[in-house]
Ligand binder design. Structure first.
Ligand code: GLN
Length: 488
């Protein structure tokens, strides 16, 4: 593999800015790596080959622009984020030919910072799933072991970064879809505070939960990407007016965790947690203590309700958001229909996969009159209590800390026939989305039994990304580096 592919994003940027590397050289190195690995990995739905090379040549003619920190850096974008002139399929037959004429705001910002789009990544259809097996096109494999899933729904983004196909990728996290695949593939994943990154151009799944964020190999790289994608956007009324702080500054603030209070919610460290995940995560807690943090137990008593509340709310929102795909204004359309009902039935049952249809049906049910109060309203109330739990714990501590998943990456095919088992893999991630707070997932090491990456996550206060990055960076500096994945 070309050494360019292994460079952390921060180093790559420096080398391009110093003219030690040409953009064309960088893009070609990653395209070669894609050619070498993609057949066995299945991380990408679209490779933007010609355009990226052409753009690279144009950029080299002008030379680096110091005001654009990501000048010449190729990025992989989850296929749920709109990219102008490039298909945006959400890994669904419904949108297989959809070519947006605009960029998602976070994509626009990346381009403004000088990045170019290398490809669009595979995902669970409409971001519904935890393994990327719900893609309508093909599953993605885990670069650490091709028998294992890369996680989901941003599994293509995670696998692509972990396999050195690109220096960073964007994912989206509605109930864990950045943090969980980051953890399964040995990466850093940041789910920003709800409202920190504009949702304009993010194809809606659960609108009150969705956030886009970076998947990277280091915390510094996550800070670099966050710096560019964060900020208010008049096109998204839920985007926050808060100023964007200097995230990179967080990395030089301190070499230890003295004075930091880390809360350990006991509900996240109990039964159901595999021994190897518990072992690795506890080692990180010990390290945090050695680095001066005060580690103290906290309680999040409403945690047992988070899976139920999350799935009711997310399905309700999905059923409403996905109503627009009827094959009339856009979306796949069956040509052999004779009346309106048949058109709806055929278009939607043929172009949506099983999981999407299940969620539309359940979501419609929990919103229907007579059931709304029993399900949706109760879930909304539980959501409020879960948020209060988190805010309460965060009033006593700076950050909270928990494993990302109960086990390391599972086998392809292992859970796909059993939706409930699949939903339960999100047990430690989806509560955070219900609260809107930010979270960072960090590699904790390799599991003693499976040899697969284990992830640990930190939950922060509203707009506490800087603090998360600071703690993540200090820990990362003191944790042993992961070896390179050898699965592909
Ligand atoms: N696995 C969760 C779900 O299926 C989360 C997905 C996500 O964050 N996009 O809803």
């Amino acid at each position: 593999m070309n050494s360019i592919c292994k460079m952390p994003l921060s180093e790559l940027c420096k080398n391009i800015q110093n003219k030690d590397l040409k953009v064309r050289e960088v893009v070609q190195a990653y395209l070669d790596r894609i050619d070498e690995t993609e057949q066995s990995l299945g991380a990408l739905l679209n490779i933007n080959r010609e355009e990226a090379l052409e753009q690279a040549e144009d950029m080299d003619k002008i030379g680096p622009d110091q005001k654009k920190p990501l000048w010449g850096v190729p990025a992989v974008i989850k296929d749920v984020l709109a990219t102008s002139g490039i298909t945006t399929t959400c890994a669904s037959k419904m949108l297989k030919d959809f070519v947006p004429f605009y960029d998602a705001d976070c994509v626009r910002r990346l381009k403004n910072a000088g990045a170019l789009i290398l490809g669009k990544s595979n995902m669970d259809e409409f971001a519904m799933g935890s393994s990327t097996e719900n893609s309508a096109f093909f599953p993605t494999r885990n670069p650490w072991n091709p028998e294992k899933v890369p996680g989901g729904s941003s599994g293509g983004s995670a696998a692509s970064v972990a396999a050195y196909q690109c220096p960073f990728a964007l994912g989206t996290d509605t109930g864990g879809s950045i943090r969980q695949p980051a953890s399964f593939c040995g990466l850093v994943g940041l789910k920003p505070t709800y409202g920190r990154v504009s949702r304009f151009g993010l194809v809606a799944y659960g609108s009150s939960l969705d956030q886009a964020g970076p998947l990277t190999r280091t915390v510094r790289d996550a800070a670099l990407v966050m710096q560019e994608i964060a900020g208010q956007d008049p096109k998204d009324s839920t985007s926050a007016p808060e100023d964007v702080p200097d995230y990179l500054e967080a990395l030089s603030e301190s070499e230890d965790l003295k004075g930091m209070k880390l809360g350990v919610p006991e509900e996240y460290w109990s039964e159901g947690l595999s021994a190897e995940v518990e072992e690795k995560c506890k080692q990180v807690l010990d390290l945090a203590r050695d680095l001066g943090a005060e580690v103290k137990p906290v309680k999040l008593p409403y945690s047992p309700y988070s899976i139920a509340a999350y799935y009711i709310i997310v399905m309700a929102e999905a059923s409403s958001n996905l109503a627009r795909y009827d094959g009339v204004r856009y979306g796949w359309r069956d040509s052999s229909v004779s009346d309106l009902i048949e058109m709806y039935t055929k278009n939607r049952s043929q172009a949506f996969g099983n999981e999407v249809q299940r969620r539309i049906i359940l979501g419609t049910y929990v919103l229907s009159s007579g059931y709304y109060d029993a399900y949706y309203k109760k879930a909304a109330q539980a959501r409020r209590l879960i948020r209060e739990d988190f805010l309460g714990a965060l009033s006593e501590c700076d950050l909270l800390c928990a494993p990302v998943t109960p086990s390391t990456a599972f086998n392809l095919g292992e859970k796909i026939q059993d939706p409930l088992q699949m939903y339960l893999t999100d047990v430690f991630t989806n509560s955070l989305n219900l609260t809107g707070l930010p979270g960072l997932s960090l590699p904790a090491g390799l599991g003693g039994e499976s040899g697969m990456p284990v992830g640990i996550q930190f939950f922060g206060p509203n707009f506490g990304e800087k603090l998360l990055l600071k703690a993540g960076h200090v820990l990362e500096e003191n944790l042993p580096d992961l070896p390179e994945p050898q699965g592909i």
